[in-house]
Design a protein around this ligand. Structure first.
Ligand code: F6R
Length: 614
């Protein structure tokens, strides 16, 4: 992953770089570093393990850091531990680079650089790339030629920001697979991993294309093609959207604030797509007939977005009769059979930058399939790479754990399934209108659920007090997907080892792990699964499990009788949206368990918000 930010212009470049990196810390914060050109023209590097604050302190302690050109990096470690030495930038007194991506042939390059006399100070793949660039620059004496020749030798994915000591006011940038853009400012220009780093208000930028090289000066940006073609200028794009202020809205954590944002995220995502009480995707440019004509619809996504995709596939199948399946994006290219030209592939992603999802989408395009992106970030790489992009309107999500975007993705896909079912003639207007009403009522139902937060806090305290270790999450049908998502939340933010199982599958092996006190969280929002879920609860309870059930409702008290504690999330049953209500209750549950454990909720260890390496 990693975040890159460089600045050249009239402002204090190091200060600009720190501000840019601050907005990119969600991409990784294992270490940070900055290279700058001193007023005397020397390349000076400062870097250290830990978050950006540590680098800022080191810079403050180091005295004057004034410079008009600087390049910085915030790291998510891939090659080598998060140490000072492995922090970026890497290079030589001539050239310093920062890198996002993975150089797959770094071992071979390293051997060759060693033979050429280079001495490595880190275990990173980046340092080998820096030396390859340095070597070509030494031989050819031209930065563009050096970058072109080096690029021809690199395998894998990379976005590089590069500083050459001989060109003290210029930043160079190139990329392959990993994203990078050039930001245009009134005073100076910058190189950034994504739009978030360009600040609030109107943002002017050029996306950097695959293989393209940019030479950025304070008042101009020149692009060079990967071959030896002539340089050119490009039109400036404008991202008009003002970045929402990234505050916690009075909550102790971004995650809690973002859960509270869910009702509004749903209104903003759903309401513009419901006209006269019926689903309407005409403004999205989606070809519903083409979707319906697809023999198969594949969803591809990662992590939480993949759970949303699985729920989306389930809605497409149930409401529209579509042969829909969801695949973990990193496994998609091993799928057999691959989609063909008549199929549709839908990539689901909050960031729109996830490398595995992007790679799956590209593979789908190569196989001729039509592609659709469901993203929360307009103009993101995945949105640009797809034939059509449909955006959730959840607003910026800062906390690493996905919450409001998950809810918005699932609701959007449910509404789309309803539109498809109606178009296919499987759902009449009355039924479609009823489903739309149910989706429209979800925001208020969520608000009423959040009013009962204290009940969930009490359950989380009890869980924290009694949890003896490994926690099972079980559910059936769509509830098994909610169980998977809830287990993921608990492990990623509260570090509680948790795994989900389809409840009926337990007895085929995993139930052997259940003993007195084993925590089992049961998810039960789907009425048709209730009887069988009750059997599963009795099976684990009779073996000593401590069962905590999150249900939509429990009209006859049977779930209560089979569990140690029950939380009912719904007032009135609403089958299309109850799973989301229960999922939101479980997000709050994980959040409060993590609070009891005093975990770093918004930025859990080892994780980054946007995963831009495969
Ligand atoms: C976990 C979480 C991740 C992301 C995954 C995909 O809470 O948020 O599992 O869902 O990394 O990210 P996006 O949605 O940006 O493609």
């Amino acid at each position: 992953m990693c975040g890159i930010f460089g600045y050249t212009g009239a402002q204090n470049a190091v200060r600009e770089v720190i501000a840019g990196l601050r907005a990119l810390e969600y991409r990784g914060s294992d270490s940070a570093g900055v290279a700058r050109i001193s007023p005397e023209g020397a390349l000076i590097v400062q870097k250290c393990a830990g978050r950006l604050d540590a680098l800022e302190q080191a810079l403050a302690a180091g005295g004057d850091v004034s410079s008009r050109c600087a390049l910085g990096h915030t790291r998510w470690a891939t090659h080598g531990a998060p140490t000072d030495a492995n922090a970026h930038p890497h290079g030589t007194p001539r050239v310093q680079i920062v890198h996002n991506g993975i150089i797959e042939n770094s071992a071979a390059l390293r051997r060759r650089c060693l033979a050429d006399g280079y001495v490595f100070a880190s275990e990173t793949d980046t340092e080998a790339a820096a030396f390859v660039i340095d070597r070509y620059y030494r031989i050819l004496g031209d930065p563009i030629l050096a970058l072109r020749h080096a690029a021809a030798e690199l395998r894998g994915s990379y976005a590089f920001g590069v500083l050459f000591a001989d060109f003290p006011d210029r930043l160079f940038a190139l990329r392959h697979e990993s994203p990078l853009l050039i930001g245009r400012r009134r005073e100076g220009n910058c190189v950034a991993s994504d739009l978030a780093a360009l600040g609030e208000g109107e943002r002017r930028y050029h996306p950097l294309e695959q293989g393209e090289i940019a030479c950025v000066t304070p008042d101009d940006v020149l692009f060079y093609p990967p071959d030896d073609g002539a340089p050119y200028h490009k039109d400036v794009l404008v991202a008009a959207e003002t970045a929402a202020p990234i505050d916690k809205g009075g909550y102790p954590h971004h995650m809690r604030k973002e859960i509270a944002d869910e009702p509004q995220a749903l209104r903003d995502t759903l309401f513009p797509r419901i006209r006269d009480g019926l689903p309407d995707f005409s403004a999205d440019g989606l070809d519903l007939d083409r979707l319906l004509a697809s023999p198969r619809v594949w969803f591809v996504a990662c992590g939480t977005a993949c759970h949303a995709a699985r729920l989306g596939a389930s809605s497409f199948a149930r409401l529209a009769g579509i042969d829909a399946r969801a695949e973990v994006a990193s496994e998609f290219r091993s799928a057999c059979p691959m989609p063909d030209a008549r199929d549709t592939v839908i990539a689901v992603s909050q960031s729109g930058e996830t490398a595995d999802t992007l790679a799956a989408l590209r593979a789908a395009r190569e196989s001729g399939a039509r592609t659709v992106a469901v993203v929360n970030t307009k103009g993101s790489a995945i949105a640009r790479a797809a034939d059509c992009a449909v955006c959730t309107e959840a607003g910026v999500e800062v906390a690493v754990p996905g919450t409001k975007t998950f809810v918005a993705q699932v609701a959007l896909l449910r509404l789309l399934a309803c539109a498809l079912g109606r178009r296919a003639g499987r759902i009449g207007d009355d039924e479609a209108a009823r489903l739309c009403r149910e989706l429209s009522e979800l925001p208020d139902r969520l608000t009423r659920l959040f009013d009962r937060e204290e009940e969930i806090v009490a359950l989380s305290r009890r869980f924290h007090r009694t949890c003896s270790g490994f926690t099972f999450f079980i559910g059936r049908g769509e509830d098994s997907i909610i169980a998977a998502e809830s287990a993921l939340k608990l492990k990623e933010i509260a570090y509680v080892p948790s795994e989900s199982y389809p409840a009926g599958e337990l007895k085929h092996g995993s139930i052997a792990l259940i003993e007195r006190g084993t925590p089992v969280v049961a998810v039960c929002s789907v009425p048709s699964q209730r009887e069988k879920m009750l059997s599963s609860l009795r099976e684990v309870a009779s073996r000593g499990a401590s069962v905590l059930t999150f249900a939509a409702c429990d009209p006859d008290g049977a779930l209560r009788a089979a569990s140690e504690a029950v939380f009912c999330a719904a007032d009135d049953p609403a089958p299309l949206t109850d799973p989301l209500l229960v999922a939101a209750a479980l997000q709050l549950f994980a959040y409060h368990v993590a609070r009891q454990k005093e975990c770093e909720i918004d930025r859990p260890r080892n994780l980054a918000k946007s995963v831009t390496v495969e």
